[in-house]
Design a protein around this ligand. Structure first.
Ligand code: SAM
Length: 283
């Protein structure tokens, strides 16, 4: 099969399959750059022992690279008209299984079972409209996920990787970093895709922690506090927490216990400080 990392091969394949039309609503921007494909597969550190879940294989461009390296690839594609194309582009690989459907509606435990219950790596050039829901579902799940290596909008990748104090730091940074170490491994310009997206993209690798970096007795409370702190960015933490229903004297006592001033803003607090705040507010 021709290398789909070359634009002319992708165009030729699509011209043979007139049943397919690009659908904006599915976030269809296919990769046409071999270097980027190699970079994604390398970042995922695939070996023959690995089972891979790919979300949105499109015409199979990235899938080919994954199938070359991994033991098994399960790819879930929503667009029915892409299935005949995938059958053609992946015909040489007996370690790939294609499933037609919406990834957000799949029973993820069943998908893990199809991969033999083995430790699993998720790899995808994600349709951007599902980035946050699918990543949070995967991170919060009890699936045996080792890592998630995905192409996302650059701005979203920067928010996931951000540290306290920076302009990109927020509830998404903390939600992701509670479960995984996040590292941007490549910035990818629009010309690497067909058609070109309007925004820049980045590949981010999330390596799931075996042990969470902080202990939170009450995870729901921790994330309620985090959301409350970033709801009103320019307000102090005290105001954010008051608006979320916490009593003023409890907040003051918690800040004193953590040796934080009353004027402190949420965006300067680390995950460990949020965990400590959560414990203090629960007490
Ligand atoms: N992996 C291919 C590549 O890199 O060239 C295609 C990536 S394209 C950005 C996203 C793909 O996800 C499209 O093929 C699209 O049809 C598919 N898709 C969109 N929404 C989906 C969903 N909810 N579940 C599964 N696949 C989806």
């Amino acid at each position: 099969m021709a290398d789909l990392g070359r634009a002319e091969n992708t165009i030729a394949l699509l011209q043979r399959h007139t049943e397919f039309r690009f659908q904006k609503k599915f976030g269809q921007n296919f990769l046409i750059d071999s270097h980027v494909l190699d970079r994604i597969a390398a970042a995922a550190e695939l070996t023959e022992e690995d089972a891979v879940l790919e979300i949105g294989p499109g015409i199979g461009t990235l899938t080919q690279h994954l199938a070359e390296r991994a033991g098994k690839v399960l790819a879930v594609e929503i667009d029915r008209t892409l299935i005949p194309i995938l059958e053609e582009s992946l015909a040489d690989y007996d370690n790939v299984e294609i499933l037609q459907g919406d990834i957000l509606e799949q029973n993820l435990d069943e998908l893990a079972e199809k991969l033999g219950g083995r430790p699993m790596k998720v790899v995808a050039n994600l349709p951007y409209y599902i980035t946050t829901p699918i990543l949070m579902t995967l991170l919060e799940s009890k699936l045996p996920i080792v890592s998630i290596t995905v192409m996302v909008q650059r701005e979203v990748a920067e928010r996931m990787q951000a540290s306290p104090g920076g302009k990109d730091y927020g509830a998404l940074s903390l939600a992701v970093q509670y479960y995984a170490a996040a590292e941007i491994v490549a910035n990818v310009p629009p010309h690497c895709f067909l058609p070109r997206p309007k925004v820049g993209s980045a590949v981010i690798c999330l390596k799931k922690y075996r042990e969470k970096p902080v202990q939170a007795e009450n995870e729901a409370l921790l994330f309620r506090i985090i959301r409350a702190s970033f709801n009103q960015r320019r307000k102090t933490l005290v105001n954010g927490l008051k608006n979320a229903g916490f009593a003023k004297d409890k907040i003051t006592a918690a800040l004193q216990a953590l040796e934080l001033p009353e004027t402190v803003r949420g965006e300067t607090l680390s995950l460990a400080q949020f965990a400590a705040l959560s414990a203090a507010l629960q007490a």
